[in-house]
Ligand binder design. Structure first.
Ligand SMILES: Nc1ncnc2c1ncn2[C@@H]1O[C@H](COP(=O)(O)OP(=O)(O)OP(=O)(O)O)[C@@H](O)[C@H]1O
Ligand SMILES: [Mg+2]
Length: 197
């Protein structure tokens, strides 16, 4: 099974917000953001809900907004860190003040294989004391946890379509909390939820 099989087919290009039903075994939510600030807002709403052990996979082309969303996640998680693309360092650890846990931000764009991902300490981050946000996770699909929240970005001009899918029990609960927390702003940014499969 190849990495792309593991994560399924990328979403088909579409002009409407999203399909009405989630794929089997997943629960999904679709959002559209029209500015970087909106994407950061979505990230901040999610970041407030994260706990140690949560794994957030960010998929989508270069410049899609994965780091932009992560900036919001880190802000929502309550860390004052300045979030930059970890493309050259591969991993950023946003340290927390005493009593709080850190957040790990990985970018596997430059990684060529799952063993190489393990070699940079992927397992240690996943087993670490904070949530883990991973850009370009495909190469490590075979060694990632079975449960995660996966956010796929699609670029349409200045608009970004986000497909947010929960795989697993904790991610499903997280997605449910996220849907509630988005509240009216989900309407504002063109969110469309989906019934459970
Ligand atoms: N609605 C939007 N949401 C997010 N970013 C947007 C949006 N519209 C335009 N942009 C621009 O798209 C770019 C997103 O850059 P970002 O670094 O977040 O992408 P990325 O997916 O992390 O790319 P990479 O794969 O290179 O790491 C920024 O320049 C941002 O200003
Ligand atoms: Mg990035």
């Amino acid at each position: 099974m190849g990495p792309d099989d593991r994560f399924g087919e990328p979403p088909a290009a579409r002009s409407e917000p999203g399909p009405a039903e989630s794929p089997p075994g997943q629960e999904c939510l679709w959002l559209t953001t029209t500015t970087p600030a909106q994407t950061q807002h979505v990230g901040a709403v999610l970041g407030r809900l994260l706990a140690p052990g949560d794994v957030i996979l960010l998929q989508g082309p270069l410049g899609a907004g994965k780091t932009c969303l992560t900036q919001g996640i880190v802000r929502g998680f309550g860390l004052p860190a300045r979030v930059t693309s970890p493309s050259f360092t591969l991993a950023n650890v946003y340290e927390a003040p005493p009593g709080r846990c850190p957040l790990y931000h990985l970018d596997l764009w430059r990684i060529k294989s799952a063993p190489e991902a393990l070699g940079i300490g992927l397992d240690e981050y996943l087993d670490g004391s904070g949530p883990c946000v991973i850009e370009w996770p495909e190469v490590a699909a075979d060694v990632l946890p079975r449960e995660y929240l996966r956010i796929r970005f699609e670029i349409v001009g200045e608009t970004r379509r986000l497909e947010i899918c929960a795989i697993g029990t904790r991610p499903r609960a997280l997605l449910e909390q996220f849907r509630t927390a988005l509240g009216e702003s989900a309407e504002m940014i063109g969110g469309s939820g989906a019934a459970r499969d």
